[in-house]
Write a protein that binds this ligand. Structure first.
Ligand code: ASP
Length: 328
């Protein structure tokens, strides 16, 4: 009798899925690949992994982070844009990949607005100006004087042209009027290692990547590029306090699916992201890293579309005004 009951059960389940195609479509039964377009251990990776865990529990499938680093994040983001739009491939984008890169990269192979179905905003994180502990300057005014006096001998590291770390450091250089050798890495985790070893002199990163090293003293935090200090590192002075008030840059991270992903699937993924961000354990981990969480309405897919559009315009204007040259 048991096998017969089992077969009837299977038949009923199959019938209900067939008669309800939306349920079948919105319930990914295969693991989800969450592409992180930068090296492991950087802010995109850290933030992606925090929400992946929770989303995996909500959705009942594994959400597997895959670091597809290189070429300023373009390799991973492009792979996501071209993936089958069935909800099983997502990418963690950010203010660089989905906004600043439009103005800083000459031949971006994807269009942040046209090629993606936005799922939701995860969090915003201020940018930090960081120095190697080997650099003699200990605060922002002394560091500015040091860079101006030694510009042709120094170098700075970023996650590549058009990334948030590149934008912030290029903005810093433009504001103080220097040209310094740029060394691109596959993400800001390797930038932090290069700062610690003294391979590079300075760099920039989102708080979510660099704050633990800054608080441990292995990397020198010179300024947070915001008007107010962050409760996550109350001793870290702002750029305003350091005498460079126009050095203002906040990045954000968000989830995107490929264009063509059905609205039902996007809604289900967006709901799982909302559940993750409403979890006090998740929000505590993010805020400890200096992240600010958006209000629930600002996390919705439509709000993310609006954010990407306005950030492309905003950073395009700042990049032009500051005279930050796009890469060839
Ligand atoms: N978010 C960093 C950047 O855009 C890269 C990373 O996450 O490693 O520079």
């Amino acid at each position: 009798m048991a096998p017969v009951r089992l077969m009837i059960g299977f038949a009923l389940a199959a019938t209900s899925l067939l008669s309800n195609p939306v349920a079948a479509q919105t319930a990914p039964s295969r693991p989800i690949t969450l592409i992180v377009p930068f090296a492991a251990g950087g802010p995109t990776d850290v933030i992606g992994r925090i929400v992946a865990d929770s989303m995996s529990r909500t959705l009942g499938v594994a959400v597997v982070v895959e670091n597809v680093a290189g070429n300023s994040g373009v390799t991973g983001v492009t792979r996501a844009a071209r993936a089958t739009p069935d909800g099983t491939t997502l990418v963690v984008g950010n203010m660089g990949t989905h906004a600043a890169a439009v103005s800083l990269q000459a031949n971006l192979p994807y269009d942040p607005l046209r090629d993606f179905a936005p799922v939701g905003l995860i969090a915003s994180t201020p940018m930090l100006l960081l120095a190697s502990p080997r650099v003699p300057a200990r605060d922002l005014p002394a560091f500015i004087a040091h860079v101006k006096a030694n510009a042709n001998r120094l170098n700075f590291g970023t996650a590549g042209v058009g990334t948030t770390s590149h934008l912030a450091c290029a903005m810093f250089n433009a504001l103080i009027g220097v040209e310094v050798t740029h060394i691109p890495y596959r993400g800001t985790a390797p930038v932090l290692n290069a700062l610690i070893s003294g391979e590079i002199d300075y760099g920039c990163d989102q708080t979510a990547g660099a704050l633990p090293q800054v608080l441990a003293g292995t990397v020198r935090g010179l300024a947070i590029a915001t008007r107010t200090r962050t409760p996550a590192a109350p001793d870290l002075p702002t750029s305003v306090e350091g005498g460079l008030p126009d050095f203002q840059a906040t990045a954000w991270n968000a989830l995107f699916a490929p264009r063509g992903t059905s609205p039902e699937v996007v809604a289900r993924l967006a709901a799982a992201l909302q559940t993750a961000l409403a979890d006090p354990a998740v929000s505590a981990r993010l805020t400890q890293l200096g992240a600010e969480l958006p209000a629930p309405a600002d996390r919705e897919p439509a709000a993310l579309t609006a954010l990407v559009r306005s950030e492309i315009d905003k950073w395009g204007g700042i990049i032009r005004e500051a005279g930050i040259a796009p890469a060839p």
